[in-house]
Design a protein around this ligand. Structure first.
Ligand code: NAG
Ligand code: NAG
Ligand code: NAG
Ligand code: NAG
Ligand code: NAG
Ligand code: NAG
Length: 329
């Protein structure tokens, strides 16, 4: 019948113009629902324009789906001025997230929401260069799978929660460039041996280095520009594997002559402290050293790094002498 074949043609056309069959849509409907909530919470900002509700969310920018499970495993929102408001609580409803990043979002404000603790599979949490405020929440210790916790360059206040020492998988921790106060918690004396990279610099931290840090092998330890005090010599010594240490602009006070420089050390900045004694043997293989503005004495060794650095690495000490400073008397 003529009308039937017309109908067939029409329905064929309809089928052809439909979106691809559902088996090729990878996005999990629950994830899509949550992502659209997040988009709305950020006021449908321009950065989410690829998040068209009629399309597969596994093709959207900012997020990534796992190849096998098709669940959202990555959320990476970076460099967007028009993303404004607090971190939406809905972020906690993406249960398969392994990596969450908010970076360079000057108008991201508010505190770190408790909803984040629902992300049991999270391995990396990055909230950097934002205007997020409030304390570093102790509840972050519930994210047992975290290997990286990066909270640099925000407006975080209060002290470092001791509970963070319970994150036993951590390899990297950066809390630098906030307004943190108080001391480095004693609980940090028992940090996991996996922790290689620690940056607590540019805060207002006070007190000493935790007892126990002497037993650890940091690769990079940045503590500069705080108000830390006391003896930091335990960070060094034979058999350590520290490579980069920046202790500058603190109130550390110890005898440097008694420090055994580990063979692994490459970068050592200790400027602006109260360190006394003389320069120990073993510094020559370094590529950078700065011990200016301390209370050191004695002759500057020759060769290696001492040939590379200019006087500004050594000036303003009690009585260091010899090239590149004036000759010893
Ligand atoms: C969201 O967008 C509307 C309309 O452009 C605007 O009036 C409102 O202030 C925005 N809200 C935020 C939190 O940016
Ligand atoms: C925080 O907000 C201020 C004022 O809008 C802005 O100047 C600053 O760059 C922001 N900070 C960051 C780290 O984005
Ligand atoms: C860590 O992740 C694994 C899977 O990668 C998961 O089985 C486990 O439950 C997670 N740990 C916690 C404390 O949730
Ligand atoms: C941090 O917050 C304080 C008080 O809310 C504000 O005065 C200051 O400008 C903020 N700093 C930055 C870098 O945004
Ligand atoms: C630190 O590193 C050195 C050299 O790699 C190693 O011999 C030592 O056992 C390590 N110590 C700890 C506490 O991991
Ligand atoms: C060493 O530190 C002092 C004090 O901050 C600084 O003036 C000098 O430029 C630094 N020198 C080098 C080589 O970094």
């Amino acid at each position: 019948m003529r009308s039937l074949s017309l109908l067939t043609t029409l329905s064929l056309l309809t089928i052809l113009s439909l979106p691809p069959p559902s088996e090729s849509v990878r996005c999990h409907p629950q994830d899509k629902k949550v992502l659209l909530k997040i988009k709305q919470a950020f006021n449908n900002s321009y950065d989410f324009s690829s998040w068209n509700p009629d399309t597969d969310c596994c093709t959207w920018y900012i997020v990534k789906c796992d190849r096998l499970t098709n669940r959202i495993t990555r959320f990476n929102l970076i460099t967007a001025d028009d993303v404004a408001g607090p971190i939406p609580a809905a972020i906690g409803d993406l249960p398969h997230l392994e990596s969450l990043t908010f970076h360079k979002l000057p108008n991201l404000i508010g505190t770190i929401p408790p909803a984040i603790t629902k992300l049991a599979n999270l391995r990396t949490l990055t909230i950097t260069w934002t205007n997020v405020t409030g304390p570093i929440p102790p509840f972050l210790s519930q994210l047992k799978n975290l290997t990286g916790l990066y909270l640099s360059f925000n407006n975080l206040t209060g002290s470092i929660p001791p509970s963070l020492a319970q994150l036993r998988q951590l390899t990297g921790l950066s809390l630098d460039r906030n307004r943190l106060t108080g001391s480095i918690p004693d609980a940090f004396g028992d940090i996991p041996a996996s922790l290689m990279y620690v940056d607590l610099s540019h805060n207002q931290l006070s007190g000493g280095i935790p007892r126990g840090w002497g037993g650890f092998n940091f690769t990079t330890l940045q503590l500069e520009r705080n108000r830390l005090e006391g003896d930091a010599s335990g960070l060094f010594g034979r058999g350590k594997s520290i490579e980069n240490a920046d202790l500058s602009r603190n109130l550390f006070k110890f005898d440097l002559s008694r420090v055994e420089i580990p063979q692994s050390l490459r970068y050592l900045d200790m400027n602006h402290n109260k360190i006394f004694g003389s320069l120990p043997a073993g510094l020559e293989p370094l590529t950078f050293v700065n011990v200016s503005y301390n209370r050191l004495c004695g002759r500057i060794p020759s060769g290696g790094v001492f040939q590379e650095m200019d006087y500004s690495s050594f000036f303003h000490n009690k009585c260091l002498c010899g090239p590149p400073l004036p000759e010893c008397k």
